[in-house]
Write a protein that binds this ligand. Structure first.
Ligand SMILES: [Fe+2]
Length: 332
């Protein structure tokens, strides 16, 4: 029997540049591999949001990643310096099981993604009524806002906002072994929820570098060569279906090691702080190769509206504005 062994070596994800970016942005093919039957989904209920968790095992501020005060997000009256926290359960076991079933059914629609090691489905909010309702639910938004310490709403870049990643062992052992690819996200507030138990797969670990991107760059060779064995690289302790980690994805280098046995599904929910919208770190050309120019322009207009007039954006999009109360009055 032949097995595929993943190397422990990692590398930095290749970002498309120049003409390649433009060529990929002009694609007009379908963004999903197969149609999805949304009508078969169970309905979302606010009662699926789990009661607030006790202290999560991992909680780290930006200072412990080497960030200086002047580099932090936030403003004088709103501290925003959480680097990561978790795992927490955002949903009850019933809620997580319903979401797992939905994401399993959505797998046929996922497309290959060569930026990270997975097949991926973007724009999940527009495919799944359950997920659409979840990320707009006031109880859900209250829970995640409290966890991070700033008000959060669904990200206006709708296609990048909620994504599902599907990981599995390479079927063809003769191909080059899969490699974990280090990267920073465009998103500032990323909640990664595993929808698989760790016992269902080998590999598939979320690893992160506990340090500043500047240090990552200067130590790049040793970090990529040692991967998870590097003393400043840690494994996020995901264990069970529903376990969720918050990460400031745009500021913390991370990667996922290849799955060598079994199957792993994660849901990545990226949120947006309407009070700190001008600190959003997404770049147009980061999502255009995935979503195409037209969709990216539409998404970008929504982001601009949310940055300039957050309260009217929320009203128009039917997003509960309770977390914005008082603070945004002066801006909108
Ligand atoms: Fe990422």
């Amino acid at each position: 029997m032949t097995t595929t062994l993943a190397t422990e070596e990692t590398r930095v994800a290749t970002i498309t540049t120049g003409l390649d970016r433009l060529r990929r942005s002009l694609h007009t093919g379908s963004r999903i591999a197969a149609p999805y039957r949304a009508a078969a989904e169970p309905a979302w209920h606010s009662s699926y949001v789990a009661p607030a968790a006790e202290r999560p095992p991992v909680t780290a501020r930006m200072a412990s990643f080497g960030y200086r005060e002047r580099e932090l997000h936030g403003r004088a009256d709103l501290v925003d310096d959480l680097a990561m926290t978790g795992p927490v359960r955002l949903l009850t076991p019933d809620g997580a099981a319903a979401l797992r079933g939905i994401c399993q059914n959505l797998e046929a629609s996922a497309v290959h993604n060569d930026y990270v090691v997975s097949r991926r489905l973007r724009g999940v909010e527009s495919l799944s009524p359950f997920v659409h309702a979840m990320v707009r639910d006031p109880v859900f938004l209250d829970t995640v806002s409290r966890l991070v310490g700033v008000p959060l709403i669904p990200h206006p870049l709708r296609d990048a906002g909620v994504q599902i990643n599907y990981y599995e062992a390479a079927a063809d052992a003769s191909r080059a072994p899969l490699v974990a690819k280090w990267h920073l996200d465009g998103m500032n507030y990323v909640f990664t929820m595993t929808l698989s138990d760790h016992a269902e797969h080998q590999g598939g670990d979320y690893i992160y570098y506990r340090g500043h991107p500047r240090d990552f760059a200067s130590r790049r060779e040793e970090i990529t060569a040692q991967g998870a064995r590097h003393p400043d690289v840690h494994i996020a302790p995901f264990q069970h279906v529903g376990d969720t980690m918050f990460t400031r994805g745009s500021r913390v280098y991370h990667a996922v090691t290849p799955v060598t046995r079994g199957h792993r599904i994660t849901l990545a929910v990226s949120l947006f702080c309407p009070l700190l919208g001008d600190q959003d770190e997404n770049r147009f050309w980061h999502s255009a190769p995935d979503d195409g120019l037209v969709r990216t322009l539409n998404n970008w207009n929504a982001l601009r509206r949310a940055v300039r007039r957050p309260a009217s954006y929320c009203r128009r999009e039917d997003i509960p504005i309770r977390p914005l109360a008082r603070r945004s009055a002066a801006r909108d």
